[in-house]
Design a binder for this molecule. Structure first.
Ligand code: DC
Length: 224
């Protein structure tokens, strides 16, 4: 069967990685979490106390970003070290948001992401996949949900972790990140013209999965 590229973009806390992983499993494709790649570079810069843009750019050749499978789950690697448990912190997330504004950092990762998609059979999620990395992807999805719904999801996650968040503060954070993602100079988050918008504000994960699998099957069978 012919293989395609699936590009999934969207705002933070939209459930991109959940749907991307599930679709990759369904299709037997490779899943690539590009956010993890930005986070891995951010971790390297934090560990080595590299702050200035010029120093970050100069350090890039020393940073090897990769993935490895651990018990069936994909873990990010930094120069061969499994760093999955270090890259999911708020500190690394914020640093990733900063370094992702640097043109050279983006070019460094985009080239690697494009190489990963050479043989197709890939589901990649991020912010610029359908617009910059794979503008010719056969299936482009743009996931959205209302800021209130995404804030509620994040609020529930924090409560489940035993924290006592303030809902208005979580909502303000969601709105801030949306603003930063859509207004940065380099590859801002925007919907590709030919992307299919999936608003999951009122869909259960199963309902959303059905919508996405239907789209995938139609593309594979040339019905769309
Ligand atoms: O999806 P995430 O939270 O793991 O992403 C971490 C940061 O990396 C986020 O601030 C946006 C940035 N990013 C990006 O600029 N381009 C991508 N393709 C993926 C992530």
């Amino acid at each position: 069967m012919e293989k395609i590229i699936v590009a999934i973009d969207g705002f933070s806390s939209c459930g991109k990685s959940t749907i991307a992983k599930a679709l990759a499993r369904y299709a037997g494709y490779t899943y690539v979490d590009t956010g993890a790649m930005y986070r891995t570079i951010a971790l390297y810069m934090l560990r080595h106390n590299i702050v200035a843009d010029a120093d970050i750019i100069a350090a890039l050749p020393a940073v090897q970003v990769g993935f490895t499978l651990v018990d069936g789950a994909q873990h990010a690697t930094l120069n061969g070290e499994d760093v999955e448990r270090f890259i999911r912190t708020l500190e690394v997330g914020n640093r990733a948001s900063q370094i992702s504004q640097i043109k050279e950092v983006r070019a460094f990762l985009v080239a690697q992401q494009q190489a990963m998609g050479k043989a197709k059979g890939i589901v990649m999620d991020g912010r610029d996949i359908g617009t910059v990395v794979f503008p010719k992807a056969e299936l482009k999805l743009f996931l959205t949900a209302s800021p209130e719904v995404r804030a509620q999801r994040r609020f529930d996650e924090l409560v489940a972790k035993g924290e006592k968040p303030d809902f208005q503060a979580v909502l303000a954070d969601v709105n801030d990140r949306d603003y930063r993602d859509t207004h940065r100079a380099e590859s801002p988050l925007k919907q590709a013209e030919d992307a299919i918008v999936v608003d999951n504000s009122h869909l259960t994960p199963d309902e959303q999965m059905k919508v996405v699998i239907d789209l995938f099957d139609k593309i594979i069978n040339h019905q769309l």
